[in-house]
Structures are given as structure tokens and as C-alpha cells.
Design a protein around this ligand. Structure first.
Ligand code: FNR
Length: 179
């Protein structure tokens, strides 16, 4: 069984990106499990707090989940043409302590959803220098840019558009086959 740890970079209840990640759980190909990790309880990074108390429990949990996973799927919103701060903050925390070694060589794919017309293309590209610095193996053979997201999701943020679900399945299949 292949396990992919999936993280959504939005804290919003009916987030499109969290909905895209839940759909990835449902649409994972045979032999693949997508496990959802949460950044909700990750505090703002503070080097003084780290020196006093070490890594917060939510960060340790995410690190353990990533260490046990075969790959990482980042489901990213786009804020101001870049990576949302809360998401980058979580990854920054995860890179601390023994964190860097859990990223090294880890296959990582990035997808995202936006109500705008460009489907998080700039945020996805913005992740690349981070993934390189963490010495991951970014998987860039597939691309999933979910634009004009509003009608594709229901009021609870669940992905209901069949075409996008098929695109997500194809993306997950390609990523899994590369692992
Ligand atoms: C946005 N949004 C946005 N969308 C986009 O496509 N490109 C962008 O640069 C931005 N910039 C931006 C900045 C800030 C501060 C906010 C709060 C929002 C809109 C964004 O895509 C929208 O809020 C999504 O719904 C966020 O994703 P979730 O929460 O639905 O997953």
C-alpha cells in the first residue's frame, strides 16, 4: 500500500482546497491511500518558543505522518500570487528539529483551486524553490489547476464537478505511478 500525506493550505471551513483534498481521498487509485494531515493547530513559528519548548505537538504529528508516508501532496490556495502564509508557516515548522531529513528525497506534488481564472498556477510555482531547498523530489509531470472553483464545489466545499474529479483521478494516478 502506498500512502500519500495530503495537506490543505486553507483553514476555511468550506475551503475549495480542503474539498479538493477530501476528493483526493475518495479518488485515490487502487493500492493508494491519501491521508489528510492538518495544519490547523500549528502555531506561528517563533524561534524563542522553539528554543524553550521544542516542537509543538501538531508539528510533531505532521512530521511523524510525513516520515511514515511515501509521498506528500500539497493542496495550495493562492494568496497575492504566492503561497499562503499559514501553509508556508506549517512547512517551515515541519522542517525544524529532525524535520529536514523527512523531506529529503520525498516525492511531492502540488495542486490547488481558486475562484479566479488561473487555478493557483503562481502559488504552485511559488512552492518550487521551497521544495528544492527541502531537497524533495517535486513531481511536475502532471498539473492540476482548478480555476473558477465556485460552481465546482457545493456549499460544504465538496468537489461535485465530474470533469474535475476525473482530472484529479488522472493526476493522482500519474503521481502514484511515479512513486
Ligand atoms: C486571495 N485569493 C486569490 N486568488 C487567486 O487566484 N490569486 C490570488 O493571488 C489571490 N489572492 C488572495 C489574497 C488573499 C489575502 C485572500 C484571502 C484571497 C482568493 C482565494 O483564491 C480564495 O479566497 C480561495 O477561496 C482560497 O482558497 P480556499 O480557502 O477556498 O481553499
Amino acid at each position: 500500500m502506498t500512502t500519500i500525506l495530503g495537506l490543505s493550505g486553507s483553514l476555511r471551513r468550506a475551503s475549495y482546497n480542503s474539498g479538493l483534498l477530501r476528493a483526493a481521498v475518495e479518488l485515490a487509485p487502487d493500492g493508494v491511500t491519501v491521508q489528510i494531515g492538518s495544519i490547523h493547530e500549528v502555531p506561528l513559528y517563533d524561534a524563542d518558543k522553539e528554543a524553550e519548548s521544542g516542537l509543538p505537538p501538531a508539528v510533531k504529528t505532521l512530521q511523524d505522518q510525513l516520515a511514515a508516508a511515501d509521498a506528500l501532496l500539497l493542496v495550495t490556495p493562492e494568496y497575492n500570487n504566492g503561497v499562503p502564509g499559514v501553509f508556508k508557516n506549517a512547512i517551515d515548522w515541519m522542517s525544524r528539529g529532525p524535520g529536514l531529513e523527512i523531506f529529503v528525497g520525498k516525492p511531492v506534488a502540488v495542486i490547488g483551486a481558486s475562484p479566479g481564472g488561473f487555478g493557483t498556477v503562481l502559488a504552485q510555482d511559488h512552492w518550487l524553490p521551497v521544495l528544492r531547498t527541502l531537497r524533495t523530489r517535486p513531481w511536475v509531470e502532471g498539473r492540476l489547476l482548478v480555476s473558477r472553483a465556485g460552481p465546482l464545489f457545493n456549499d460544504d466545499g465538496n468537489l461535485v464537478d465530474e470533469t474535475t474529479r476525473e482530472q484529479l483521478f488522472a493526476f493522482l494516478t500519474g503521481f502514484s505511478e511515479a512513486l
